[in-house]
Design a protein around this ligand. Structure first.
Ligand code: SF4
Ligand code: SF4
Length: 342
């Protein structure tokens, strides 16, 4: 068993934490079953958000009666005090609890601080004073906001994308959090589905003793895989190092992580799939991406208005319309057989 302590919060969790975004996609009964199985297998940390539709409700149902045995981290996208309190009360109700262990600002456009005029950080302080939340955190995809969050000294945890595809900048962020005694919660540890070897992903994480990865789990088979790591944590071997090096060469750079923050698109292009089709089709069974439905999805790229809205919203500063075009051209060549894939 490998335990992580989340900085000054003192919260201890196994390196396997549960990211509850994907359980939105399964029905209540299956989700409750997966969550309970996760708990029975040794997972005690569950991360969700007010904006993950019924994810909080599913957690509330699964753990009613054993609340004190688990850690709940949830988030609010509120940008006014009024919305903050509404979100917090709703979360408490659907989670069936009277406190949240870590309450996080969910991907705010600025790092809220005391006295900045928004009143947002003051809401966190008040909620903490009232015992409704125990620790204050922030999640983001932007390095400058993450840096500001650490420098402010006002937050106990930072949640940020981190995987073996991350750059030195993200690694510095992890180290900076450690120096500041802040917990680092790693999202997108499988980089939105592009990393397919979870043992290699886990072994990479195990090099950082202050990083808690929240694995996005939807299926029982995925859960079984992660639960097996509690007793048998994958180690960083020479073979895994070489594999990760190879993966980094193939994937680091201007590639779409599938986060979907650039959406919605005014003409309905499913950007988070289409802008990374070239990778998906080569890294997962290609037949799933060649169905008539998938072809229709890709054909939509022809409708792009070049309005640039997606580009301004992409946290990785990608040239999204350009990526879409590039992926569509490649896809067409695969369809005609001009480009061969396995
Ligand atoms: S540039 Fe194209 S893909 Fe991006 S939002 Fe506009 S229409 Fe959609
Ligand atoms: S283009 Fe950017 S914002 Fe859109 S899904 Fe890809 S990585 Fe996310």
């Amino acid at each position: 068993m490998t335990q992580i302590t989340l900085g000054s919060t003192g919260i201890v969790s196994d390196r396997n934490a549960f990211g509850a975004l994907p359980i939105q996609r399964v029905n209540m009964e299956s989700a409750v079953g997966i969550l309970r199985k996760a708990f029975d297998g040794g997972i005690t940390f569950f991360d969700t958000s007010r904006v993950y539709s019924d994810s909080e409700e599913k957690i509330g149902r699964a753990f009613h009666g054993i609340r004190e045995k688990i850690i709940i981290a949830t988030k609010t996208r509120a940008d006014t005090p009024e919305k903050f309190w509404r979100d917090l009360e709703t979360s408490l109700t659907v989670l069936r609890t009277d406190y949240i262990d870590i309450y996080q600002f969910h991907w705010p456009g600025v790092c809220y601080k005391s006295g900045d005029g928004t009143g947002m950080y003051e809401c966190m302080l008040e909620a903490k004073k009232l015992g409704k939340i125990r620790h204050i955190g922030l999640t983001n995809h932007k390095l400058d906001i993450a840096q500001e969050c650490i420098d402010s000294g006002l937050y106990e945890t930072l949640q940020f994308p981190f995987s073996y595809l991350s750059s030195d900048k993200e690694i510095s962020l992890v180290e900076k959090c450690k120096r500041a005694n802040m917990g680092f919660i790693a999202m997108k540890a499988l980089s939105g589905g592009l990393i397919t070897d979870s043992a290699a992903a886990y072994a990479f994480m195990s090099q950082y003793d202050n990083v808690l990865p929240i694995w996005g789990i939807q299926r029982e088979s995925e859960l079984v895989e992660f639960l097996s790591y509690i007793d048998n944590p994958p180690l960083m071997t020479e073979e895994r190092k070489a594999y990760i090096e190879q993966e980094r060469k193939e994937l680091t750079g201007d590639f779409c992580r599938g986060c979907g923050y650039c959406m919605p698109c005014p003409v309905g292009i499913e950007i988070n799939t289409c802008a990374r089709m070239s990778l998906l089709i080569r890294r997962s069974p290609s037949k799933n991406h060649l169905t008539p439905k998938a072809q229709e999805l890709m054909k939509k790229v022809e409708d792009c208005l070049e309005c640039g809205k997606c580009k301004t919203r992409c946290p990785y500063s990608l040239d999204t319309p350009g990526l879409l075009k590039k992926n569509y051209e490649d896809y067409k060549k695969i369809l005609t057989g001009e480009v061969k894939i396995n």
